[in-house]
Write a protein that binds this ligand. Structure first.
Ligand code: URP
Ligand code: ZN
Ligand code: ZN
Length: 475
């Protein structure tokens, strides 16, 4: 019997630390050998001329999430993980959302049931806490954290999700005691409402009004407030989807004071601008709705600032914040209320399949970041921050054989027609990239090859995590 189920031969292995020419031997879904030459395997994949990367981990995606009356998210677990696999990912992290007035545990169980048996790649579930009642803080959340839902997101805006400052402090305090990782959506609720109402009164209802209603200071103020709360409670937090220089400066300032503030950004803040919300010259007055997300994309100066933050280490994570709605759909971007005002256009962009090619092309191929930094930003740091390391996020003996064979020279043009998500558009239609995922291997099984998803639905597992010892309180 051969020593290995699968050998990957002739490729260049890239981790966050090293770039080496070596073969990989895979047994029972894990990496069992790294050697100059591995010959004895049931199946061999020739990776000559390709990079062998840890599979992408996208730690911020929204899948089949409740999105308000009459609005339906465009992806279920099957379509989202299909698109993720085609885009070179081997693990994604969506959110079980607690609707206000409901049990967090019930919402989490129902959400997990949607995922079980419906995934092409592994999934680890974060929570969204929208209603920190005494029962949630006292029983449900601590128990769920102990069971393996070790991270959750809180919002400083959105009518149905916003927590006030006292609630933020209470959940931060609980997270500190329980050793959970908290993700913060930092935009100020009242400033947005003030701006939105003022714009509407002045007759500004176009999708572009969304960008005008959320200037950078809205994000800067909330980031500062979240950082202050985190300092008071002595809790490391992750500020997600940072869009511009002003919030980034707050994070750098906090770090310079020794605070553990982590930061995530997304491809939309590197490649899109608020001008896109005007519709890119299309005759359709609603076309800009395709780019409505929160925070909104800014301007080219902000893009350059975010690149600097990626280069100098302010950002540890680049996620997609995949939040897909169909455009030409009364249950999506073109819902009747959304056509009355930007305020009702569902927020979010599809990006689960395009995150890696865009970051590789604009980052590595354009000479802005190294290959190793790419791996760190798209896989290793996600695993480390969210309790998946050392099972996932790198290439080493004992790690899950989650790998992406990557052609660094392949040129492609992103087209909706070639994507696998449930949305009916991509914000990056016609965007040219250099560098492309050619084969995705999830726990030793090829799940996507050259744009075709070939793995079985059900191959992906819902992962439980353990509390990160670094987050466990001492004394
Ligand atoms: O517009 C966005 N980002 N929608 C997704 C929900 C969120 O706030 O992450
Ligand atoms: Zn958010
Ligand atoms: Zn999000």
């Amino acid at each position: 019997m051969p020593d290995f189920d699968l050998a990957i031969r002739g490729g260049t292995l890239v981790t966050a630390a090293d770039t080496v020419r070596a073969d990989l031997g895979i047994r029972d879904g894990r990496i069992a050998a790294i050697a100059e030459r591995i010959a004895d395997a049931t199946r061999t994949i020739d990776a000559s001329g390709l990079l062998v990367l840890p599979g992408g981990i996208d730690s911020h995606v929204h899948i089949a999430q409740e999105s308000g009356p009459g609005i339906v998210m465009a992806d279920d677990f099957a379509s989202a993980t299909r698109a993720a696999a085609a885009g070179g990912n081997t693990c994604v992290m969506p959110f079980a959302l607690q609707p206000r007035g409901s049990s967090l545990r019930a919402a989490t169980q129902a959400y997990r049931a949607l995922a079980e048996g419906q995934c092409h790649i592994d999934v680890a579930i974060h929570l969204i806490v929208s209603d920190p009642t005494p029962a949630v803080l006292g029983q449900e959340l601590p128990a769920l954290i102990a069971e393996g839902y070790t991270s959750f997101k809180v919002f400083m805006t959105y009518d149905d999700l916003v927590l006030n400052d006292r609630q933020l402090l209470d959940v931060f305090d609980l997270a500190r005691g329980a050793g959970a990782r908290v993700m913060v959506h930092a935009e100020g609720y009242d400033t947005i409402r003030y701006m939105a109402e003022k714009l509407e009164r002045a007759g500004e209802t176009r999708p572009y009004g969304h960008a005008l209603s959320r200037p950078q200071l809205v994000e800067r103020e909330a980031a500062h407030r979240a950082i202050s709360h985190a300092e008071l409670v002595d809790l490391p937090i992750v500020i997600v989807h940072v869009s511009g220089e002003q919030a980034m400066e707050q994070i750098a300032w906090a770090r310079s004071r020794g605070l553990k503030i982590h930061a995530e950004t997304c491809p939309q803040y590197l490649t899109l601008t608020a001008e896109d919300l005007k519709g890119r010259g299309a005759d359709d007055p609603m076309a800009g709705a395709k780019y409505v997300c929160s925070p909104p994309p800014r301007d080219t100066a902000s893009q350059e600032a975010i690149w600097r933050g990626i280069q100098n280490g302010v950002f540890e994570l680049v996620s997609s914040d995949h939040c897909p709605f169909r455009y030409d759909d009364a249950r999506g971007k073109l819902n009747p209320r959304g056509q009355q005002s930007f305020r009702y256009v569902p927020n979010g962009l599809p990006g689960i399949e395009t995150r890696l090619p865009i970051l590789f092309s604009e980052g590595v191929s354009a000479g802005r970041i190294s290959l190793n930094r790419f791996v760190e930003l798209t896989a290793t740091n996600h695993a480390k921050l969210y309790g998946l390391y050392p099972r996932k996020g790198s290439i080493g003996i004992g790690f899950d054989a989650d790998l992406t064979l990557w052609d660094p020279n392949r040129r492609e043009t992103i087209r909706q027609d070639n994507l696998h998500h449930g949305s009916d558009y991509t914000p990056w239609e016609g965007f040219s990239v250099t560098g492309w995922p050619v084969t995705t291997i999830a726990r030793g099984t090829v799940v996507a090859e050259d744009g075709r998803v070939i793995g079985d639905l059900g191959h992906g597992q819902v992962l439980d995590r353990t509390i990160d010892p670094a987050l466990r309180p001492t004394g």
